[in-house]
Design a protein around this ligand. Structure first.
Ligand code: GLC
Ligand code: CA
Length: 556
């Protein structure tokens, strides 16, 4: 396999609005990111994905773009962005912008023109239709609830949106639109970007002509998962996009792809795949129901292990997944994947080591490196996120009690991970001198970067150690290119694996259970000098490794 510059990188996701505010307006900004580049460097970060900072009315927190060529003043200026790229470059960090091109904002000029004349040139940038015999063209349910069709006020026209009604879908069948997008991407790449995180990309291909699929809820609508099962031919667009953009710049592109079939993985991330990598969402999808949040089931540690190992097996010899435990669309990983008894520093380090040392590109979401946790919401009125509000309604409509619906929101809300970064224990966690746009998690006096900075046993310093270990020349090839071989896979509560490459050999072993376990390991590993990292003192008994509850040990 040809070696690429991104293969051995550690990536970090910034949700700018909640990272660091430098001008007191309560909103994180680009100068705030620049200020913390040295902090990121101390974590060994080589790729920095910045969630959208383009001009946006923020109906979906920047994932509704009104101008792809401008920075929204709330985040700073284009000069700030250029300075960020430059300053990051000095530290050997490449910037990824978020590429949101399945849809734009209804406030984008294209859409304004399209609404003025749905049959004109810009109308063809979107999907417009009229009812026929009183019926809309299809019964698909938008991701944020309700029909995908919305009426253009004062007309008989409807437009199509897979997400919020303020996010009209772009028509990728139109080659003019595609040209506009490639031009815009290259304009950004020319500025020295490292590449893109590619948003919601699986949705750009619609199975046309529009038609109904069997309804799966009382609302008479059909889940998009089902629609995507009927979709084919996205490869034409994605191959073209790669050839016309990423490839010309040797750029890194990581796709937000949820539904790849095993036989398609090579098309997505193989040698000449559409993308450099896609996120592994198998554990994110585990236990999710199409009926709504009230029907979801939280994965157990054994589910988690099965998902991770499944992805490792599928991608072996094919390409690189990007590994995450959380992002801005998910609750905090430590509040989700860890059993209650393990929701402490010990458990946080266990989860960190398990996912971070798998094959693939580890992505750390801001605050994850501190072990930031879910928020506690006492009422739906405390929720900002549009999708969480919609999901709350779905629960109520399904007959779930308001208490249970709120419980689901507490568990799954995207706001959980969007609360401001906890820098220190001063007012608003040092995030802003003003009023934060979203309240800070009250646990900031306990969990914050300043407190963890000088504590050698902190979660933060454990992440730093993981990052150093992954880049240690003695083991780097094993961590980057080595095969993942699950070990004692059937042992409940235990997640253990080897990473092997030529003479390099590493064993990662962790215990998600609340009782100590003795694991028989190859005797060569059962030596104190082979301990590379652990979250508690490691004990060997002959050729067995004794793991305390939530202990992890990396041996090599
Ligand atoms: C992606 C983003 C999410 C956004 C959606 C629509 O899933 O990660 O935050 O709401 O796309 O752009
Ligand atoms: Ca600000």
């Amino acid at each position: 396999m040809e070696r690429k510059w991104w293969h051995n990188k550690i990536a970090y996701q910034i949700y700018p609005k909640s990272f660091l505010d430098t001008n007191g307006d309560g909103i994180g900004d680009i100068p705030g990111i620049i200020e913390k580049l040295d902090y990121l460097k101390s974590l060994g970060i080589g790729i920095l994905w910045v969630s959208p900072v383009y001009v946006s009315p923020c109906a979906d927190q920047g994932y509704d773009i009104a101008d792809y060529f401008q920075i929204d003043p709330m985040f700073g200026t284009m000069e700030d962005m250029e300075r960020l790229i430059e300053e990051a470059g000095k530290r050997d960090i490449k910037i990824l912008m978020d590429l949101v091109v399945n849809h734009c904002s209804d406030e984008h000029e294209w859409f304004q023109r399209a609404c003025a004349d749905p049959e004109g040139e810009y109308g063809k940038y979107f999907y417009f239709a009229k009812k026929e015999n009183g019926k809309l063209p299809c019964n698909w349910r938008s991701y944020f609830g309700g029909s995908v069709w919305e009426q253009v006020p004062g007309t008989e026209w409807y437009y199509f949106h897979l997400f919020h009604k303020k996010q009209p879908d772009l028509n990728w069948e139109n080659s003019r639109l595609r040209e506009e997008i490639y031009g815009m991407m290259n304009w950004w790449l020319e500025k020295g970007l490292g590449g893109f995180r590619v948003d919601a990309i699986i949705n750009i291909k619609k199975p046309l002509p529009f038609k109904d699929y069997p309804a799966d809820r009382e609302d008479g609508l059909c889940d998009m998962g089902e629609v995507l099962n009927h979709t084919c031919g996205i490869g034409e667009f994605l191959n073209e996009m790669r050839d016309r953009t990423f490839q010309l710049y040797d750029a890194f592109a990581v796709g937000e792809v949820f539904n790849e079939k095993p036989e398609e993985l090579n098309d997505f991330i193989g040698e000449n795949g559409y993308f450099s990598s896609i996120f592994d969402f198998s554990q994110t999808m585990e236990g999710k129901s199409t009926k709504g949040w009230h029907e979801n089931r939280i994965p157990t540690p054994d589910d988690y292990k099965r998902c991770c190992f499944g992805s490792q097996r599928r991608s072996e010899g094919v390409g690189f997944y990007s590994n995450v435990i959380e992002n801005h669309d998910e609750p905090r990983g430590v509040s989700y994947y860890l059993p209650k008894a393990g929701q402490n520093d010990m458990g946080k380090k266990l989860l960190a080591a398990e996912y971070f040392l798998l094959k693939g590109i580890p992505f750390v979401y801001q605050g994850q490196e501190l072990g930031m946790e879910n928020m506690k919401y006492a009422s739906i009125d405390e929720i900002d996120d549009i999708s969480s509000r919609a999901e709350y309604e779905v629960c109520l409509k399904a007959g779930v009690s308001p208490e249970e619906a709120l419980k689901a929101v507490n568990q799954y809300s995207r706001d959980n991970s969007r609360t401001p970064f906890q820098w220190d224990d001063s007012c608003h966690a040092g995030f802003t001198s003003g009023t934060p746009w979203l309240p800070v998690n009250p646990n900031y006096t306990e969990i914050n970067a300043k407190k963890q900075e000088n504590d050698p046993d902190s979660v933060l310093n454990f992440y730093r150690a993981l990052s150093r270990l992954r880049r240690d020349p003695r083991f780097e090839d094993a961590f980057v290119y080595g095969k993942t071989e699950p070990y004692l896979e059937e042992e409940p509560g235990i997640m253990a694996y080897f990473r092997r490459w030529q003479k390099q050999d590493v064993l990662v072993a962790g215990n998600f259970g609340d009782e100590a376990k003795e694991l028989e390991i190859p005797s060569a590993f059962a030596e104190p000098e082979r301990i590379l990292l652990a979250n508690a003192p490691v004990e060997f008994k002959g050729s067995s490794l004794v793991l305390q509850p939530f202990q992890v040990a990396v041996l090599g």
